[in-house]
Design a protein around this ligand. Structure first.
Ligand code: ADP
Length: 287
């Protein structure tokens, strides 16, 4: 449905934020995972037709969006990383203004059902400026869904949410991702592992890996080893082993290493997870 082809973008300050990015994204939830500065927001803004790439094309449903951004704007919902300042008016009124700006026809019905979907019905008369972080993000989804979009882009939506709100937000995203394309950009591995049918890792403006989380995890089967190591020995371990990640666990440091055979005495083979996938591709790209 969404085809991103050879997209590159260099900012005037010389930063190459996107470097030949090619991705094909179908219906369902797609996770774009990458560290800060990876180029995720640049890619999200470019898909949302808010900025132009230097080269490359984007097509949606076979239509060339790069040539005519208006083709996509009517089918798009966007929750940016920062939403700016919320006016002190009730949520339901703000949604109504936004619906008018979007040219939504059956405003009342849509607004009522979106407030219920996002679980904000009971607080609809409160100003959004008084909402908690999680409520604001749910409001952000409600406004993104106005006008029945076919493509929804959410940029770093769970940063700063507590576990309960993150869970609630995940449920909301999987509900809306059933019938449309939803792209979720995040630096939080659990956002992707819990939710997304497909994913890509972006770093340094490049796509490092792409696929189904379960298949990417399976590709590391039999190759991830764990060992508890004294903290002061970690630098040496990093120089002699392929260390993927280190975790403090109950006062000890657990090291995850990648190897085809036990890399060391006392290593334990563990079932890989998406964090192992993520840190191993980031490590490879940094080498
Ligand atoms: P992410 O969303 O993954 O954190 P961004 O797309 O925000 O990544 O940024 C990618 C790179 O481009 C970073 O090095 C960032 O500093 C740079 N960058 C982002 N926006 C601009 C801009 N408007 N002007 C110059 N550099 C920018």
């Amino acid at each position: 449905m969404l085809a991103i082809s050879h997209l590159s973008k260099t900012y005037p300050n010389g930063v190459r934020a996107l470097n030949d990015v090619t991705l094909n994204i179908d219906r369902g939830l797609f996770g774009l995972l990458g560290p800060n500065g990876a180029g995720k927001s640049t890619l999200m803004r470019t898909i949302a037709t808010l900025q132009e790439a230097d080269s490359g094309t984007i097509t949606f449903d076979g239509e060339n969006v790069s040539a005519d951004p208006r083709l996509l704007r009517g089918k798009l919902g966007y929750l940016p990383q920062t939403f700016g300042v919320y006016p002190r008016i009730p949520a339901i009124e703000l949604l109504d203004y936004l619906a008018i700006l979007k040219g939504v026809a059956d405003r009342k019905d849509q607004i009522d059902s979106l407030l219920r979907l996002t679980n904000l019905w009971d607080v609809r008369k409160r100003a959004v400026s008084t909402f908690s972080g999680g409520m604001r993000q749910r409001f952000g989804i409600a406004q993104a869904l106005l006008g029945d979009p076919k493509l929804v882009i959410v940029d770093e939506p769970t940063a700063g949410l507590d576990p309960e709100e993150r869970n609630r937000f995940h449920n909301l995203l999987s509900e809306i991702g059933e019938n449309i394309v939803v792209i979720l950009s995040t630096h939080i591995v659990e956002d992707v592992s819990d939710l997304c049918l497909r994913m890509a890792v972006l770093a340094g403006g490049r796509v490092l890996i792409e696929g189904k989380p379960s298949e990417l995890i399976a590709s590391l089967n039999g190759r991830v080893w764990r060992k508890s190591v004294p903290k002061q020995a970690i630098p040496e371990y990093r120089s002699t082993h392929t260390v993927i990640s280190t975790h403090l666990f109950g006062g000890e440091t657990r090291v995850h290493m990648l190897a085809d055979a036990p890399p060391d005495a006392g290593c334990e083979l563990v079932a890989p997870d998406l964090e192992d996938v993520y840190f191993s591709v980031l490590r490879d790209s940094a080498c």
